[in-house]
Design a protein around this ligand. Sequence first.
Ligand code: FMN
Length: 157
Amino acid sequence: MLDRSRFREVMASFPSGVVVLTAFGEDGRPRGLTVSAFCAVSLDPPLALVCIDKTSNTLPAVQHTGGFTANILAAGREQLARRMATKLSAKFDGLEWRRPESKAGGPILDGDAAAYAVCALRDTIEAGDHWVLIGLVMEGDQREGIAPMVFTRRVYR
Ligand SMILES: Cc1cc2nc3c(=O)[nH]c(=O)nc-3n(C[C@H](O)[C@H](O)[C@H](O)COP(=O)(O)O)c2cc1C
């Protein structure tokens, strides 16, 4: 079995976008984390998945909301990506966001995202130390002319 650090090096060579996954906590406040493990699963119906570490503090908010919003970050939002990758409770202080139309979604970060997908939680699959969350995409859009961020080998491009 490949060791942990080599596995990370190999996987980091696969370029990805950077998503800020959001949901609402029981207290109604926004929660979220930075995620690179996000991809499309099915076209009909429209399904997407994210892989979330079992230790994530955002998981209870996803359960409570019954879904999540995948905010696909625009290029140049490294600071936000780093902030959302911390365990700080005040991650959303000073951030602008709006509620999706669907109840089963988290805050939409219009000003920081190149695109977003609001997902209602369909399946939760246990996989090693992560949960694979599969969502039915209820609403979404992309901003013409706004380039998405690309992350590869631990560098934001
Ligand atoms: C570029 C980048 C990509 C990441 N991708 C993931 C991911 O796909 N899944 C995951 O669970 N954590 C990922 N993380 C780590 C989480 O963002 C980090 O553990 C975060 O502190 C979790 O916050 P929470 O406990 O408040 O949910 C990533 C971090 C960075 C910087």
